[in-house]
Design a protein around this ligand. Structure first.
Ligand SMILES: [Zn+2]
Length: 407
């Protein structure tokens, strides 16, 4: 595994930022640059069937070397990096034997990675950290996952004495813009279940995510000269205000955590005549989720009774669902991932994802796919970093899972 750093550097230096404004797949042509490199690297390792399809998805198989029938495991990571910050000209820095103090990422621009803002840094004293130079993100999300999968697969190919079933590899484009699962060919992939290697700190294991929907609301008012408006004007912006007041004030993102759901007013713009609102609805529990959607329908009815039919129009758009119901029937994939981490000397940390993952989508497409850690911290920005030792632990965890299923 001594080339893990070299491989990671090679991948992060390839610019693969995705673009939510794009309507094609992959959203940015440049994601093919990494896809092609990955096909070459997989082939060099001995993955003969590695290929990239016309939409930028990379697939490959480590063939079984065992006589008995064992589950086919999938390993998935995404190639794109978040559009939140540039991923061009990434210039990774190495901090050996980290001393627990401030790390100057960029002297000229005075950009410092500090335990005062990232207290978890203290866990990494004595480790080798890989950081940015302060001007880009690092792209450990998810090139750490990509690197860890390639490294684990290489190890398997070099150690035929380790027995295993078919291992399926999948690298996707456009995860960061929510489209990574869109064109994933689950049937051709042919795995019984998979893991996305796309989480944060060492030990993270995730198989619960939000149920998610959006409510698009259009309120139509009546405009009249304000001096003569009595009993005539309906100010749609004030109706919007009334609508907001009918929702529980404490169930908002800034006041919730853990398993608590929320209503998030993501956008509002309006005049007297017309106000548009976009609400994001999130809840881990099915009944809670349904209640939240019903709440909007109820508010629509109440306000239309007051202001006239058609004043408030609510459109609900369902986005994704909690994968838990798809994972629970195959709970062994969680239990064995936990065991694999424990065998690597780690403490598994099961946490609910306050968002969605490609794995959640894939789980509903017939491929149960929980998420495990990459080891990275502070994703999507200039303070992103990862410890080399964490990447090694991720590789070890992947290999342990494979060994457990061959037993
Ligand atoms: Zn990611």
């Amino acid at each position: 595994m001594n080339n893990i750093q070299e491989r990671f550097f090679k991948y992060v230096k390839i610019h693969t930022t995705s673009d939510e404004k794009s309507t094609v797949t992959p959203s940015t042509e440049r994601q093919f640059d990494l896809a092609r490199v990955l096909v070459d690297d997989l082939k060099a390792i001995g993955i003969k069937d590695a290929f990239v399809d016309e939409l930028g998805y990379v697939y490959g198989t480590v063939p079984s070397n065992i006589d008995k029938k064992v589950p086919i495991i999938g390993l998935i990571a995404h190639m794109d990096t978040a559009p939140d910050m540039t991923g061009e000209n990434v210039n990774p820095q190495v901090v050996k034997n980290y001393d627990g103090g401030d790390i100057v990422l960029n002297k000229e621009l005075n950009i410092v990675l500090s335990p005062s803002k990232s207290p978890e840094l203290k866990k990494y004293i004595g480790k080798t950290l890989i950081t940015t130079d302060g001007t880009t993100l690092l792209g450990a999300d998810d090139k750490a996952g990509v690197t860890e999968i390639v490294t684990a697969v290489e190890y398997l190919m070099n150690h035929p004495e380790i027995k295993h079933g078919d291992i399926k590899i999948g690298f996707t484009p456009d995860e960061e813009i929510g489209r990574g699962a869109d064109h994933f060919n689950v049937e051709q992939f042919g795995a019984d279940f998979a893991y996305t290697i796309d989480g944060g700190s060492v030990g993270e294991l995730e198989y619960e995510n939000f149920n998610a929907a959006m409510a698009k609301i259009v309120i139509t008012g009546v405009n009249v000269h304000p001096g003569y408006a009595k009993n005539k004007m309906i100010n749609s912006s004030l109706v919007a205000h009334e609508l907001i007041s009918m929702l529980p004030a404490n169930e908002v993102p800034e006041k919730t955590s853990g398993y608590e759901g929320f209503y998030y007013l993501a956008n509002i713009s309006g005049t007297v005549e017309k106000t548009e609102m976009l609400y994001v609805i999130r809840d881990f529990f099915k009944d809670g989720y349904e209640k939240r959607i019903a709440k909007f329908k109820e508010i629509e009815e109440v306000l239309n009774k007051t202001y006239g039919e058609g004043t408030v129009k609510v459109e609900i758009i369902e986005q994704y669902k909690n994968m838990k119901e798809k994972i629970e029937p195959v709970m062994h994939i969680i239990d064995n991932a936990k065991l694999a981490m424990e065998e690597a000397g780690l403490t598994p940390n099961i946490i609910p994802i306050r968002g969605g993952t490609d794995g959640a989508r894939l789980s509903f497409m017939g491929l149960p796919t929980p998420n495990i850690f990459t080891g990275g911290e502070n994703f999507h920005g200039r303070y992103e970093y990862i410890a080399l030792e964490s990447m090694e632990k991720a590789v070890e965890t992947i290999l342990n899972i494979i060994k457990i299923y061959a037993k």
